[in-house]
Design a protein around this ligand. Sequence first.
Ligand code: SAH
Ligand code: AVI
Length: 332
Amino acid sequence: MSGALHHVESPRDSDAQLARLAEDVRVGLTARPRWLPSKYFYDDRGSRLFEAITALPEYYQTRTEERLLAAVAGDVVARVRPAELVELGSGSGRKTRLLLGAMAAAGRLQRCTLLDINPHVLRETGRELVSAFPGLVVSEVAGDFLDDLASLGRGGSRLAVFLAGTLGNLHPGEVPAFLARMAAQLESADGFLVGLDLVKDVARLEAAYNDAAGVTAEFNRNILHVLNERLGADFEPAAFEHVACYDRSSAWIEMRLRASRLQRVRIPAARLDLAFEAGDEIRTEISCKYTRASFAALLAGTGLGLERWYTDPEELFALALLGRRSSAGKPR
Ligand code: SAH
Ligand code: AVI
């Protein structure tokens, strides 16, 4: 059987997406402190910039998770025995290939479902997977993992994965409800593998978001390019400085854009006319850092339990295998 790109679904049309963006921007930029949802980083340029971040010497997360995944994928597959891989925020799909390879080696691989907010990256990754894994049926959902999990359909022989530490980009207050919604897409023997960046030395954390080459700064400012392109805004991205610092009390990295001088910005499609004074900031992302205990505390009442906790030798990053089977059981 040859591979088939089976199904591409977009839960919202482009008008609805634009209306949602305009509303999110209106809400965020009229609030104090000002903020923007981090999902709007990821147009094609933003996705390319994220890929460039993954190769930076300071950004230990991607290579650490990839090595860890290579070491434990066989164990995860042996435990869950999946025929379908589901990935939230799949991006370039490099780690997807690694997991699909382990599933193919176990002789059970049939389907792969990808969900990402960037439809172009989604299609490109889908095409690559179809040609790399003959016989694989790939489904794509161009949507939002906070709103569109129901599009994944019913589980069963399913391994869902949410890698890169992207769960950390959700506010901890919204994580339990998100996990409960994910649990609803899984059957009792399915698994959910979540990548988590761990609490560590502050200098190391801050260096990962303040790289010497300035790629993260460009990624951060890209959100303003997105508002210019999609909403007709007239932000001058170069007039905003990149700020990233660790907030110990919340255990998260916070990225902000700081106006370097007085400026006025119009965002016609959001009906906004804004004044920024020098030093005014917009929060663009949080990236939560977890411990095993702080993550386990978020699982209560979600219908998911921690079955395995895998880490690299330096304990920089973790992969938490969650299941619906043994929420009362102790992880090893
Ligand atoms: N999994 C890849 C990419 C991680 S980057 C890796 O491990 O390298 C985060 C990915 O999540 C990007 O591909 C981005 O487009 C996607 N993303 C961000 N917010 C999203 C949202 N709310 N819903 C769906 N996808 C989202
Ligand atoms: C996708 N996500 C896990 C990245 C992170 O580290 O929070 C996004 C990122 N932001 C700045 N650098 C990378």
